[in-house]
Design a binder for this molecule. Sequence first.
Ligand code: ADP
Length: 653
Amino acid sequence: MKRGVKVPSLERETKWHFVPKVKKGDKVTGGDIIGTVQETNLVEHKILVPPGISGEVKEVVAEGDYTVSDTILTLQSSGEEKELSMMHRWPARIPRPFKDKLEPREPLITGTRVLDAIFPMAKGGTAAIPGPFGSGKTVTLQSLTKWSEAKIVIYIGCGERGNEMTDTLTNFPKLKDPWTGRPVLERTILIANTSNMPVAAREASIYVGMTLAEYFRDQGYDTLLVADSTSRWAEALRDLGGRMEEMPAEEGYPSYLASRLAEYYERAGRVLTIGRPERFGSVTIASAVSPPGGDFTEPVTSITLRFVRVFWPLDVSLAQARHYPAINWIQGYSAYVDLVSEWWTKNVDPNWREYRDFMVRTLLREDELRQIVRLVGPESLSERDKLVLEVARIIKDAFLKQSAYDDVDAFSSPQKQVRIMRLIYLFNNWASELVGSGVQVRKIIERVTYLGDLMRAKSTIKNDELQKFDELEGKLKSLFDELKKGGVNLMQVAGIREYSNVNSIKGPLMVVQGVTDASYNEIVEVELGNGDRRTGLVVDSGMGVAIVQVFEGTSGISPRGTKVRFLGRGLEVKVSEEMLGRIFDPLGNPLDNGPRVIGGEKRNINGEPLNPAVREYPEEFIQTGISAIDGLNSLLRGQKLPIFSGSGYLRIS
Ligand code: ADP
């Protein structure tokens, strides 16, 4: 393209089917709807009298097909004739007028659980998503774009990498809007402004996106404006300011950065629009901020925080632990919680607020407890505290974590969200009762076998299968009822069997008689006569006998008075992000005087079989620096390289 070329941004050839809504002699003013065009299956485009224009309709075309530049209406306006077409121009920097700005009232449901339940957004509200590189800003914004319950979504790719935009462009046409079942593109406008385009265009893209959002707001629609990322826009301002030799302020950004950002966020809101018929519309803003190095005190982030009412901070350590969306539940906030509570309690579940506050309370308390554990070790925790830690773990795994790439999990309807919240809430209540009557938390977790189902419900139960939550709730309830009745001794419930007929002890092995239901690799709890406990594993079973290997050795164990409990599961070990750099014994107990692993999840040490259908061929090579290996028996990522050697030979490590 040559410099200075002007191209029409709207295509002038296509004919659109226009249905007039006014007739000759009608008096119209700015914002009045003069007709409609069904632009896509999802969107009826309302053709408006441009703001600031009014008069009497002298002539209006009949229903039919017209291009955007054809005259559709002639207006007699203070002695002058004005011709209107289906399009009009608006200076992008000037906010479009409205009659009244109103308090946001409804939540903007996003289908992302942590956003909807913990830090809810309102239609007409403002949110910032700051996060360092790779923490999930783009994925979160794309989830918003795809699933939010907005009538129109405007996505501005502002100064980000081009491949992300390409990704969006290739993926979006395939996606279906969960609210209507239609392709999401029918309600989406993408404004692509990649990092390789001139910096001045970044500013333009923000204003153009905003003006489009306001234009659809004026038609009476809820619009969502998503910008990735406003930091790139601020950098463009800094760049331009530098070239104009303006006086730089903090970190080289121009002194008017704050007022520019303020103006931008001020254009959000729920409004009573100008024109007739009376209608309400909203512009909701969600923008990414990319603070260098994740430092939230840098100017763009800190200034942005002054103007937004919802703060969704992304956390590197959560992202590294693959907890997505990596929104930090301690730092985040939303000023709309009270406001949207009413909507949730009226439309979804009267207990929504209670469930939500319970989750937030538990997460905050968990944070405090973790600090205590770090200082004085886990021994200081009461059983109640331990329950808080467990419930917090369930909240994180079963509710907050949400994969943007799982078909079922990616979008949670409000009803489904509440069902998961309710299950966790009930679990906590029932477990608290047991703890109150002296049952150890560890035992509860061991025995409540449906906990796994609860953890997986987000991706196994679809939005339209909510009756499955009733089933799960029923199962959980009867399990707890039995536990309550049987108290601590009710072991059968979770497949735990106790035997006391130890026949003989040979080295680390123990032979238990009369056992017909032990399975290979089943984990065993051995309780000595004096109350000491050890752990063992079934190494063989059959013909009414189980051979148990006791990990800590059998010294001091006598066949009499020893109880052996078969726990109905394999050996599990806690795995979590806290383990790197530590030393553990084979049961996962720390050997380095450090704290026990508290967070994380329990995994069976026998692992799970790999599904051969999803296995990929190993292709990458791991360089060891040992030429005999690299050159002859290369080590491949995902493969195994056994090292054989006779005793006494040097082994390579
Ligand atoms: P940023 O825009 O902050 O640089 P991205 O949005 O590109 O980061 O996210 C980086 C990576 O994190 C993604 O490629 C993806 O693998 C992972 N990720 C982020 N959010 C999610 C999510 N909700 N579900 C699954 N994976 C995610």
